[in-house]
Write a protein that binds this ligand. Sequence first.
Ligand code: SF4
Length: 363
Amino acid sequence: MKITFPHLGNTYIAAKLFFDSIGADYVIPPVSSREALKIGSMYSPEEMCLPFKIMMGNYIQAIEKGADTVLIVGSCGPCRFGEYCELQFKILKKLGYKVNFIVLDYKEDIGKEELLRRIGSILEDSKVNNRLKIKGALRALKSVKLMDDIEEKAHWLAGYEVKKGECKRLLNHCKKEVLLTNDPKKALSILKTYRSELKKVKIDKNKDPLKVSIMGEIYTIIEPFSNLYIEDKLMDYGVCTKRMLTPSWWIKDAFLKSFKLNSIKLRIASKKYLPIYIGGHARECIGEAVLSHKKGFNGAIQIFPSGCMPEIVSKAILPSIAKDENFPIMSLVMDEMSGESGYITRIEAFLDLLERRKEKCII
Ligand code: SF4
């Protein structure tokens, strides 16, 4: 069995660490790119959302490198994500690829026994004992948290750094270096080193950079190719960004969901505008918009793929929050036709607006 998985931000680092720990065979798909999107779009239903198409491209590129099993998390929520694995499996089968899918759904949806059976099928080729398998899973979880901390710090400090580009340089080096080792212990130590390095970045506390919250559909905001690397661009502009929805947030949220203790602050914040769950992370997006204003951000950018049902609903609600709170929010809709130049123009115009509002407040 040779496992692959779709890209979702830096989660491939945790997956690599885990499979290296248990001695499993795996293929990391090439980084998501125009090529992956082109392949995915060719074989996906036209009206399907962008994440589906990029994932299809990831699978096909990985299958061509020898992968025969796709590992993906599932959701039975009321949006298309619940249908992804079924449809992707059928399309790949129709194309003649002999591939198996392992879908990790919520325990509440598929039952404890079925979930354990699916986890067991990931581990079936592993020769290591159970203690090492558990250690591998814990190390992978640790790497998710470390990588999220590193990214969060880099994205925030980019607004304050004295030497322009220092945070971005460290972040990129970290991602490259951690991939060079197959030793999970060393990988964790590399991540810890970079986390400490970021703490040493020289900052200018007198700076007052723009602070922008990034929110929207979870895949599109986490997977950088699907948002045309917006966080990197904002780092170049010296803007501090914060994204609440990260892989470690998702893991914590999924765990606490069983006890109905997940995302309490976001749920409370969204209550006035969207009191029920409508699928995807629309409710979180609304909660984030309200909280971002309270936390003193200058503005927020919502990003979602064209045709994303839950985020279309939040997009319709966001202008009310913007008006009630006098808080600028821009929505960016991504699809396979999205081009760099128009996108950059919109981002620059929005930053310009935020800068002028900030100056007005100071005067
Ligand atoms: S949240 Fe939106 S983009 Fe994601 S699967 Fe659902 S409809 Fe598609």
